[in-house]
Design a protein around this ligand. Structure first.
Ligand SMILES: [Zn+2]
Length: 271
């Protein structure tokens, strides 16, 4: 599932292409009507002012005051090339030669909609999202403020309120780097460990953006390429292989309903 580095990669590719372009027609394609594709016709005639990102959401402010919001879900891909199937939305752009933006999403967990001016009520996840980890003001104190309660640290990080943009892959990577057991209660992570975790999150996400993300199955860049961070994963998907730090065999266990990969030696649970 695309996480912050994948969405940021898509944003960086879309920005030079879409910024300043006027939308001729935004239309639902092969998809039933519903809130995932709400108010698309409102985009007709509006200009795309910018391509920004908040957590795992792409947010495109429009000249009329609305916002075009894209969430890739599990399998969403934005592309200028017409896909063979599973096209959920098409966006026709004005220009010397009209161009079309295709949103393909086989599993249909993605969203591609217009949020009306000043109203993100259709997107409670977006409204309640935590700090941006790649913003310069993201500090250990900010992360500490979000790590409270008895829920496990993995579940808390997946929840988006403590910090925006992390999913299953990069949470496993960050907890391995910081040597924190994924089931440690969020409130029990020490101040020192939180500082290490903050640095791990920033370093891993920065490197993953540079590698243009991680492709495990469906994720592709706008140009149709795979993300290259997959070769640099230390924990995710490496169960049964030796820990790169201590040589112990990494294990996989279901934590927070997600397959979770960690080193039983480096990431001991606090007594
Ligand atoms: Zn280890």
């Amino acid at each position: 599932m695309p996480e912050l580095p994948e969405v940021e990669t898509v944003r960086r590719e879309l920005a030079p292409w879409l910024t300043g372009r006027r939308i001729l027609r935004a239309r639902r394609a092969d998809a039933p009507p519903g809130p995932k594709y709400a108010h698309l016709e409102r985009a007709d005639g509006q200009r795309i002012e910018a391509v920004t990102r908040r957590g795992k959401f792409l947010v495109l402010p429009l000249s009329g005051g609305d916002e075009l919001i894209i969430h890739l879900g599990m399998t969403g891909v934005v592309s200028p090339t017409p896909p063979a199937d599973h096209v959920r939305v098409t966006l026709t752009l004005d220009g010397p030669a009209p161009e079309v933006v295709y949103f393909r999403d086989p599993r249909r967990f993605g969203r591609f909609l217009v949020a009306l001016e000043g109203d993100r009520s259709a997107l409670p996840t977006l409204a309640a999202i935590g700090p941006e980890p790649l913003a310069p003001e993201f500090t250990a104190a900010q992360l500490a403020a979000g790590l409270h309660g008895r829920a496990g640290v993995k579940a808390t990080l997946l929840g988006q309120r403590a910090v925006a943009g992390l999913g299953n892959i990069y949470v496993d990577e960050a907890l391995w780097r910081a040597r924190i057991h994924p089931e440690t209660a969020a409130a029990d992570v020490s101040r020192g460990k939180i500082a290490t975790l903050r640095d791990a999150i920033v370093d891993i996400l920065t490197a993953a953006v540079e590698a243009r993300g991680t492709t495990l199955s469906d994720y592709r860049t706008v140009g149709g390429e795979e993300g290259e961070y997959v070769g640099r994963l230390d924990a995710y998907g490496r169960d049964g292989q030796p820990c790169r730090r201590c040589g112990t065999t990494l294990v996989r266990r279901v934590v927070a309903q997600r397959g979770t990969h960690f080193c039983p030696r480096c990431q001991r649970r606090r007594a």
